[in-house]
Structure formats: C-alpha cells, structure tokens
Design a protein around this ligand. Structure first.
Ligand code: PMV
Length: 327
C-alpha cells in the first residue's frame, strides 16, 4: 500500500447555491448546485499512514489544528480506514493559500484535497463518483472541487437512497471569465454553514419557496453557461445568492453573513454595471463579495473594489483546474 500522498484542490464558488440538507447524517444537499472552480486559491494536503502514530496528527498551515478541526478530519479519515480495512493512524499536513473558514470555501477545497490524498495514500482506487460521494460527507460543496471548470452537483436517486453525482458542465477553456474576490472582513464566521442551513430549514418561512424555485435556476444557469451568456448567468447567480441570504436572514434567530463592507461592495458593483461594466455579485456564508465577470474586465473591477470602504484585499481568480494527486 502506498502510504503517503499529496493532493492539491482548488476552491469553488457556487453560481447556483445549495443551502439546506435533505439528510444531515449523510450530508446530502437538498438541492443541486453549479459552481466555478477558482484558479490560484487552493488547499494542498499530504496524508501519511504511519504505524508509529498513536493518534491522528493534523497540522493546518504548519500549526496543530484546533480540536474541532482535528475531530472533523479524523472522522473523515475513519471512513477511508473502513474502506481500506486499516486502523492505521495518519498525519495530515494541510495548507491553504487563502483565509480559512471565512466564506471562501476552504472546506470545499480542504475536503476535496483530503479525500483525494487520503484515498490515494490508503491505496484505494475509487472512481470519480465514489470520490464525490466520500468528499460530500466532509463538506457539501467539496465534490465540486474535484473537477475543474464549471461543475454541477446533481441530486440523483441511488439504490442506497438519495445521492449526488458530480459533473463537469464545461471545461475551464470554455469561457474566459473570472471571479474578482473582495475580502470584506477578517476571521472565521460565527455560525458555520451546516448550523446555518439547519436553522434556515427549521425556521425560515421561505425555505419551501427556495426548494421550489431551485430547478429553474439550475436549468437557466446551465443554458446560459452553454451559450456563454454573461448577463443571463450573472442574473441567475445574483438571484440564487440573494435567495440564499434571504433564507439566512429570515431564520429564527436571524443570520446575517454580511458586514458593512459587503453592502458597500455590492452597491459599487451594481453602480459599475449601470455605468456599463458588466459584473454580478455572489456571496457565500461569509462577508466576502465575489464578482463574476469577463476576464478582460477583472482588473477594472479589482481596482474599483479596492477603493470601497472596508474592503481589505482584492484577488482575481480565473477558472481553475480539478484536483491533482501526487506522491
Ligand atoms: O460545503 P458546505 O456544506 O460548507 O456548504 C457551503 C454552502 C455555500 O457555500 C454557502 C453555497 C454553495 O453551494 O457552495
């Protein structure tokens, strides 16, 4: 058995979001989703099965991870140990080249990299859908980071119940677009996405409307993507994003992921769009604003967003590649 493997996975940002789980225990999303994998923002993880270890050792950016993170990683590796029929402990060294747990999908790239590295290190030979099913149990958005380009995670009925299948809808070369990311605050969010989703599912009066209107968003987004229609895809992305945040805000107690800088950045993007610079905002379970635009306009958006009060840093991410595994 190969006992060490390194994997690099890029983050992704959903253009059509998922928010809510139909099965919390198996971590199955309540809706499909469609994302863009981002170049330049990655997690790199080395997993080593090591007989000399008495317990798993998890290092995050060179430091011992806090207990909550270690337990989540060990829980994930437990599934791999069951599949590989081993009890061997692991060391997991993981590094993000962007802020962790602040609504920048570090769990997506994190669990995609952990899934690819741990299964390779265990000598398991899994196909893409098996990897996706495993990655999903770490984080609902992680299967999408296994692939590059534009990626759908579709719900599907399986023999064992409901599952999801991951699908590359278009390769990275299909369309020269970017996400311009405006970092609008420091530090991790107070309420993680799983807790937030459960709260919305239980308490938001709009949850059923979100489920009912989701298929149309998926259909329109797929069709716009195929036609490379920025206006159409941008419109769907904005409405999916604000429906998701409306669910969060209408939860009891309410959940607001925005900061002041988030609203400033949204306003600036909308003003720029009125002035002829085409870009659409999307925001995940955190304060950061991402602008979906043609690559040729990314620098202009980045320059403008850098001047917005409260915006701390701006990054430009083109469409990125899928997960890569090495030794
Ligand atoms: O991967 P999770 O379960 O932490 O969920 C992330 C959900 C959003 O980022 C808010 C939306 C999405 O589809 O990525």
């Amino acid at each position: 058995m190969t006992n060490s493997a390194l994997a690099t996975a890029h983050t992704n940002v959903a253009l059509v979001k998922y928010w809510g789980k139909q099965d919390l225990e198996k971590n199955i999303p309540a809706t499909s989703s469609l994302s863009m994998t981002l170049d330049g923002l990655w997690t790199r993880t080395r997993v080593t099965f090591d007989e000399s270890l008495e317990s798993d050792l998890v290092l995050l950016n060179g430091q011992r991870a806090e207990e909550k993170v270690s337990l989540r990683v060990s829980g994930f590796v437990d599934m791999v140990r069951v599949m590989a029929k081993t009890n061997c402990r692991v060391s997991v060294e993981t590094e993000n080249n962007f802020p962790t747990a602040g609504g920048l999908a570090s769990s997506a790239s994190g669990f995609a990299a952990l899934c690819a590295a741990s299964t390779a290190a265990a000598g398991l030979d899994l196909d893409l859908q098996q990897l996706a099913s495993l990655a999903r149990q770490g984080s609902g958005s992680a299967p999408r980071s296994l692939l590059g380009g534009f990626v759908a995670l579709n719900l599907k009925k399986a023999e064992s119940g409901q599952d999801c299948v991951v699908q590359q809808v278009a390769a990275a070369g299909h369309w020269d677009v970017c996400m311009v990311i405006a970092l609008c605050a420091d530090g991790p969010k107070k309420v993680g996405s799983t807790a937030g989703m459960e709260r919305s599912k239980r308490t938001s009066p709009y949850y059923q409307g979100w489920l009912d209107s989701h298929d149309l968003d998926m259909q329109e987004a797929r069709s716009a993507l195929e036609r490379r229609d920025l206006d159409a895809l941008g419109r769907v992305a904005e409405r999916s994003c604000f429906k998701m945040h409306a669910l969060a805000m209408s939860s009891d107690p309410p959940l607001i992921y925005f900061k002041g800088a988030t609203l400033n950045a949204i306003e600036r993007v909308w003003q720029l769009r009125e002035d002829g610079l085409a870009g659409w905002v999307t925001i995940d379970a955190g304060p950061h604003v991402k602008v979906f635009c043609e690559a040729e306009n990314a620098k202009d958006f980045a320059e403008q967003l850098a001047k917005v009060p409260g915006v701390q840093k701006v990054m430009i991410a083109p469409v990125g590649p899928g997960v890569k595994v090495g030794q």
